[in-house]
Design a protein around this ligand. Sequence first.
Ligand SMILES: CC(=O)Nc1cnc2ccccc2c1
Length: 444
Amino acid sequence: SQSGGGGRSGALSPGPIVAGEVQRIDVNPPKGTRDFPPEEMRLRNWLFNNFKEVSRLYGFEEVDFPVLENEALFTRKAGEEIKDQLYCFEDRGNRRVALRPELTPSLARLVIQKGKSVPLPLKWFTVGQCWRYERMTRGRRREHYQWNMDIIGVPGVMAEAELISSIVSLFKRIGIKDSDVGFKVSSRKVLQEVLKCYSIPESLFGKVCVIIDKIEKIPVDEVKKELMAAGVSQEAVQELLQVLSVKSLTELEEKLGSSGEAIADLKQLFSLAEKFGYSEWIQFDASVVRGLAYYTGIVFEGFDREGKLRAICGGGRYDHLFSTFGADDIPACGFGFGDAVVVELLREKGLLPDLSLQMDYIVCALDEDLQGSAAMVAHVLRKKGQSVDLVLESKPLKWVFKRAARNNAQRLVLVGSSEWQRGVVGVKILATGEQYEVKLDELI
Ligand SMILES: CC(=O)Nc1cnc2ccccc2c1
């Protein structure tokens, strides 16, 4: 039978699609995620290009991994928030998979996969989207992009010194100074030495660090309770919290003695910071623990000196991550640098760059049958590396000028029939209003 529309034959053919008949979809992205329209995308590209340029300057090679990973990569049993918020599910093949909440486990997986075929040390970097599934009650984002740099195969703190240097370079490139941000630096070997004194088993180390990392987020009594529930004795708990409030390396040395690795590593790192020229950027802070279970040595985090924002970046040494994946251990260290907090900081400091759309040319045919000629002009210009917005349908000049202004086009090329007959086109320099005619092959 015929249904509406142009009398099309055959069975039930749908009538013309009338707007309003179809339920409009939700045009917002899923909860906790963002779109990147052109202006936001220019800012993101500006930031990521700085990440990548610094990585190149430091001799790092870019790598990438799937955003979807085997869930087992992230199911560490240390009570980490990152595991509680894992964006995981069972796929159609009944496999347990997860959207990665961080990049380091994927990097370790690839290093193990490559095995002997990649000579150590490895210096790899990536910029990738990471995910978490939070009850939207907290209204926080469920994704962000992280810049990671990792050095695999270097046991000494020169590696950590190099990584901090690379982040200082990034901050300087985007206009952030040591008066704006600093790095709090410590070592988990401090906690390790205390735990050893109280003969707390090594197996508790990761879990203890994760609990202690919450010291500024939950009441200290809660931290004590969780530590004791984990099997740490009362006196050990006291000593652990005591050592976190140590104010200087000298004081730490008095407490721990000068033979431990923690002191040696930290002293060396601060001496190297002098040599690298970024001493004024870093400070010892015994309370820095970081919330990831696998850190084993130096840990650091970038913070805003006004204390308004969450940590800008963070990282450290993770010498035993590989053995948790069943492989031989390889000494390693790295950091993660998120795309959100640093932008908040730049906004606060009025340092967001002005990244308006830039175009070299806008090309327009003055009448319908010159469209092909206008396309030829655009082609010639593009082959010479000029960006060209080719007007693709007949438009009044007023419209063309408006679009040229919006695109910040430097020049407008008008293809007119009489000019074309004479083998020329009209060019108008939009900033000055100056205009002239030019032969096609003399364009630019
Ligand atoms: C400030 C911010 O957006 N943080 C953020 C956002 N999304 C995440 C997703 C996974 C892991 C950490 C994340 C952290």
